[in-house]
Design a protein around this ligand. Structure first.
Ligand SMILES: Cc1cc2nc3c(=O)[nH]c(=O)nc-3n(C[C@H](O)[C@H](O)[C@H](O)COP(=O)(O)OP(=O)(O)OC[C@H]3O[C@@H](n4cnc5c(N)ncnc54)[C@H](O)[C@@H]3O)c2cc1C
Length: 407
């Protein structure tokens, strides 16, 4: 085993878990984590939340203290981009021309932001939000009374809006579709978030077609197709991500909206596993292939991948879950709502700040969006994982204990 070398490409949620799980699983060979960012693996979710709002220091962002890796015999090779993967010779090429040989490889390359080729996209003050560096740059532009325009009304756009309101900024969110969060939630949940953001002073514009970003050197305004001009000291674009699959693709691994992996996180090369945002995998609970963008998936799939490398084949079988924090709202999502034909609300989405939306298809519970409803989230998560049913009428009756709604 001494000559074995497990190399993990990418140094974020999936990589941190892979490294730790390899050691726990008895991997005795060398382990290296190679990542292009400068910092050891850090928590990405606070970037649009507490870190952007200035409530967290970068020291508090690390997933594990730097000493953990040294103690566990895991080499961190940071600030280093892997540019090529030679599967025949089992060697990686780095951006500086260096090479790293491996015996087993894990791809944890995650996702990258989708860019918009808008006129003015290269002006100063125009940002995407994925990495700590992005947010450090954004933070030098924020301040009370300044105007921010956020392009994209998904979770990251809305979280960014909430953080910037906390900082006393004027905030507009531009959403191209008829409602915010349209691709991921029911109309009731979208309407709830639009209402709360309006109550908090955010200007939400739906069906917005951005024509250009205006300014000489720095952005000064955002121009819409209908001629509207919105003042902007900064613009944050949050219109989704794409899996970082170029290494895998160039090396001839199967890629189809993510690196294709089996239930043991194996790619089409038996010596290479992959985990996290970069993968496309089969979910046995929903019986379909998925590419997920969540910490839960990155962490849990990394455990499966590490087990596989340690020779312990255990199929990846977990219920997806996710969260989003905006203002005093803690949204917890269990399951996947895509394909629902009925939504059952518990509590009011039209007033107050606490309710849950349960999604059904053909009478089967698919998912829950629980806003400031941790009990509903926990019960639904447990029921979904166990394949347990739920009674829509009881779910809707907020006077009943939530436990009574599950069959
Ligand atoms: C602002 C923000 C808020 C979020 N909020 C939430 C949330 O509330 N809840 C939730 O569940 N999820 C949230 N997410 C999603 C979550 O952060 C991701 O699902 C998670 O980070 C995925 O982890 P990963 O390890 O698969 O990949 P990533 O975190 O994308 O990391 C991949 C790493 O690999 C590196 N890399 C890529 N290619 C190479 C290469 N060739 N050589 C070297 N290094 C390479 C990249 O630089 C990157 O550091 C959020 C994401 C963002 C950006």
């Amino acid at each position: 085993m001494g000559a074995e070398h497990a190399v993990i490409v990418g140094a974020s949620h999936a990589a941190a878990q892979l490294g730790a799980s390899l050691r726990q699983g008895g991997w005795e060979g060398k382990i290296s984590i190679v990542g292009e960012e400068a910092l050891p693996p850090y928590h990405r979710p606070p970037l649009s939340k507490a870190y952007l709002a200035g409530e967290k220091h970068s020291d508090e962002m690390l997933i594990r203290p730097a000493a953990f890796y040294a103690r566990s015999g895991i080499d961190l090779v940071l600030g280093t981009r892997v540019t090529a993967l030679d599967r025949a010779n089992k060697v990686l090429t780095l951006h500086d021309g260096g090479t790293i040989p491996y015996t087993r490889l894990a791809l944890a390359t995650g996702a990258r932001v989708r860019k918009l080729a808008l006129p003015g996209h290269d002006l100063d003050g125009v940002f995407y939000l994925r990495d700590l560096d992005d947010v450090n740059r954004i933070r030098s532009y924020v301040g009370p009374g300044k105007s921010a325009v956020i392009v994209g009304g998904g979770y990251i756009g809305l979280e960014t809006a909430a953080s910037m309101r906390k900082l006393g900024m004027k905030v507009t969110v531009l959403e191209a579709l008829p409602r915010v969060l349209q691709r991921v939630t029911a109309p009731e949940v979208s309407a709830f978030y639009s209402r709360v953001h309006s109550e908090e002073g955010v200007n939400i514009v739906t069906e917005a077609a951005v024509e250009s970003l205006e300014g000489k050197d720095s952005v000064k305004a955002v121009k819409l197709a209908d001629g509207t001009l919105l003042d902007a000291d900064l613009v944050v674009i949050g219109v989704g991500v794409m899996p970082a699959t170029e290494l895998a693709e160039a090396a001839g691994l199967a890629v189809d909206n993510g690196i294709v992996v089996d239930e043991f996180a194996r790619t089409s090369d038996p010596d290479i596993v992959a985990a996290g945002d970069c993968t496309n995998h089969h979910n046995p609970i929903y019986d379909r292939r998925l590419r997920l963008e969540s910490v839960q998936n990155a962490t849990d799939q990394a455990k499966t991948a590490a087990n596989t490398l340690c020779g312990k084949l255990e199929a990846y079988h977990t219920l997806p879950w996710f969260w989003s924090d905006q203002y005093d709202l803690k949204l917890q999502i269990a399951g996947l709502s895509q394909g629902y034909d009925r939504v059952v609300l518990r509590g009011s989405s039209q007033s107050g700040r606490s309710f849950a939306a349960f999604y059904f298809r053909d009478g089967h519970l698919l998912a829950v969006d629980a806003i400031n409803r941790p009990k509903e989230f926990m019960m639904a998560r447990r029921a979904l994982a166990a394949g347990q049913g739920a009674d829509p009428a009881r779910l809707a009756d907020d006077t009943l204990e939530i436990q009574q709604a599950f069959l």
